[in-house]
Design a protein around this ligand. Structure first.
Ligand SMILES: NC(=O)c1ccc[n+]([C@@H]2O[C@H](COP(=O)([O-])OP(=O)(O)OC[C@H]3O[C@@H](n4cnc5c(N)ncnc54)[C@H](O)[C@@H]3O)[C@@H](O)[C@H]2O)c1
Length: 329
């Protein structure tokens, strides 16, 4: 386990759990975050082994040599780059800014890792598979992108994967990309619009649970703690250097079944369906199903999930309730 670890986007949902896991493994993490969607409260800043730097990694785009980001990369033994604009709704609404941010932030981080020869693990997304299909998606599957706004996010993540793979293949700097499929659990920010957090928020607000489409679209969910154990295992795998690896769960259910599960666990109002057009306007491309093939991850690392979707939903409710109490103080 590397000692000095830089976690870019470490005040966010996945990043803060990763930071906790690194501390438990006796690493010394430094978190960089601009707090655009993350929260300082997600981090235990009282722990003297943890350092936090409030920094926007996209700001050094005039060339990062000598910048604060460059220095922090130079001081690290390992870099996790998790910072990104997230959420399909934002990608659809602000495709230019989403695409630009992923590329600008990513180029700065990759340039620093190349300059200082620092191993880096990059957070990509199952969005790179585009509309996918009704089968488990393997890493070799190719996806075509149209110019519809939604795909700016996935196309930019895919471009980043090429840079990450090139770091290892052409420059010998160890680098990995992980393709997350719907990670859920405590600390997920409901403002992201991601489905589990959105359903939990609706229940706590006493509002209807709004399912987009007819409810038959399917997704595969993974508890955030399982995503973190996968990240740590991948970062330790020599065989996976230069590769893109699916990181997802085993529980594939329809969005309607998910809404029913949330209601079963916590009660709540009505479940109503709204067409994609009503929610996003015209030009939105829906995805029927997304499920990962996990053979590469499992054969290379022996990773197994240990947490259920029910636990993730309960954890999501628990943090949202705590945040509400804190806000009311
Ligand atoms: N959660 C999921 O289901 C999921 C699925 C696919 C991909 N991902 C990817 O995983 C990564 C982590 O996602 P998450 O769910 O934890 O999101 P998140 O929004 O909770 O975390 C991202 C963090 O990055 C920070 N950030 C954003 N831009 C920054 C910048 N320019 N400089 C510094 N900090 C910045 C945010 O403040 C936030 O704390 C992202 O790259 C995301 O695209 C997540």
């Amino acid at each position: 386990m590397p000692k000095r670890v830089l976690v870019i986007g470490g005040a966010g949902f996945i990043g803060s759990h990763l930071t906790e896991a690194l501390l438990a493994r006796r690493a010394l993490p430094t978190v960089i975050d601009n707090l655009s969607s993350g929260r300082l409260e997600n981090l235990d800043l009282a722990d003297p082994r943890l350092a936090f730097v409030n920094l926007d990694v996209g700001e050094s785009h005039q060339g990062i040599a000598g910048s604060a980001l460059d220095r922090l990369i130079a001081e690290a033994d390992f870099v996790y780059h998790l910072a990104s604009p997230i959420g399909v709704a934002r990608a659809h609404r602000e495709p230019f800014d989403t695409t630009r941010r992923i590329l600008e932030d990513g180029l700065n981080v990759i340039a620093g890792c190349l300059r200082h020869r620092r191993p880096v693990l990059y957070a990509s997304s199952s969005e790179i598979y585009g509309v996918g299909g009704d089968h488990a998606l393997g890493e070799d599957e190719t996806a075509g992108f149209g110019l519809q706004p939604r795909w700016g996010y996935g196309a930019a993540k895919m471009a980043m994967e090429h840079l990450v793979a090139g770091l290892w293949r052409e420059h010998g700097v160890p680098a990995w990309s992980v393709r997350f499929f719907n990670v859920v659990g405590p600390r997920q920010n409901p403002e992201s619009g991601l489905v589990v957090a959105a359903f939990c928020k609706a229940v706590l607000d006493g509002k209807d649970i709004v399912v987009h489409g007819d409810g038959n679209d399917r997704r595969t969910f993974m508890h955030v703690l399982d995503s973190v154990s996968a990240l740590v295992a991948i970062a330790g795998s020599r065989d996976l250097r230069g590769k893109s690896i699916n990181v997802g769960g085993l529980e594939n259910i329809s969005v309607r079944e998910l809404a029913e599960l949330v209601v079963k666990l916590r009660g709540g109002g009505r479940i109503v369906c709204k067409s994609y057009e009503e929610v996003y306007g015209i030009g939105f491309v829906p995805v029927k199903d997304r499920r990962p093939k996990l053979d590469l991850l499992q054969s290379a690392t022996g990773w197994e999930p240990r947490h259920t979707l029910e636990e993730a939903i309960a954890g999501c409710f628990a943090t949202m309730e705590r945040w509400r109490l804190e806000q009311g103080r």
